[in-house]
Design a protein around this ligand. Sequence first.
Ligand code: 3PG
Length: 400
Amino acid sequence: IDELLQDGVEGKRIFVRADLNVPLDGTTITDDGRIRAVAPTIAKLAGAGAKVIVASHLGRPKGAPDPRFSLAPAAARLGEILGKNVSFATDTVGDSAKATVAATANGEVTLLENLRFNAGETSKDDAERGAFADELAALADLYVGDGFGAVHRKHASVFDLPARLPHAAGDLIATEVAVLKKLTEDVARPYVVVLGGAKVSDKLGVIDNLLEKADRILIGGGMSYTFLKAKGHEVGISLLQEDQVPVCLDYLARAEKRGVEFVLPVDVLVSADFPDLKTKAPANPELVASDAIPADQEGLDIGPKTRELYASKLADAGTVFWNGPMGVFEHPDYAGGTKAVAQGLLDSSAFTVVGGGDSAAAVRILGFDENAFGHISTGGGASLEYLEGKTLPGLAALED
Ligand code: 3PG
């Protein structure tokens, strides 16, 4: 955006596509990391006298207004962070948006309501997306893409809108790309990747690619049970993506062939019941070896031997990329594994990148100093797809 600023933006309406998709408990934001990450770009543009029109998605509403996914709490929080009033439009391209944008003075900031309240935003139909992008384009003179967390989505505000307006990449996207690019080029070795979380199929693509680059891959969290199953272990009622078992088997074989250390949990905390995340009532889990999960129990965190093992695998790392929690960290009885990995990153002298909404939020929610990590990415799927080497629509649109 510095080139944009050199040209002068005073009085220009700048559409900033941010990713303010923050976790909410009702209307309370439980982690504001994504808002804080994009705030400097907004402040910079407003400071240069632009009329800043911020837009984002939140959650996955079904193309129509849904109060559970309103961005109103984000407007309030953004205002607090910027130290100035942020006007909020109660729709995205309707009367409220038009009036609020028209009333935005130089140096002022307006946030539009959730982009996904419009079916055109996420439509697979080019014409429908294009029509929505036309309406958005009418609200602005320039476009700044800074929603790194959404650049892997071919959505109207991410992909189609920049084609309709002079555009630039924001500072957050520039930083994210610079850091992740480093991981695809020369990395200090050993390069250790820690993957967790629940979505096995989402993460298999990145494993495919990392088998060529990483020295060690440590698996934990919900995705580990599909790998344990692939190794022939019974996993009880743990999260399992049965259809992915053959793919996991193939990865285990390829890792062995390539000399990549592929490490799975050796012990797990199990329970017959998923913990109550609201009351956080004691869950009293049992500790079992990872090849002895009882038929009626599910694995909910890595056990102490695994924590120690993973810490030892992180200790001499040169570079670490971590995506996905090791267990149900939102409950204190199952937060130990995720805490141990976060601590392992801090204890090593490696360059550490934490990617993914959940792991980034976990680091902050568990009380770690986020500045102690090399980089905390605001992108979950986006950072994984970048490391997979895929073309990301929101980046391609800005490079154009
Ligand atoms: C994320 O949380 O990873 C981004 O905000 C993208 O959200 P989505 O997966 O709903 O597109």
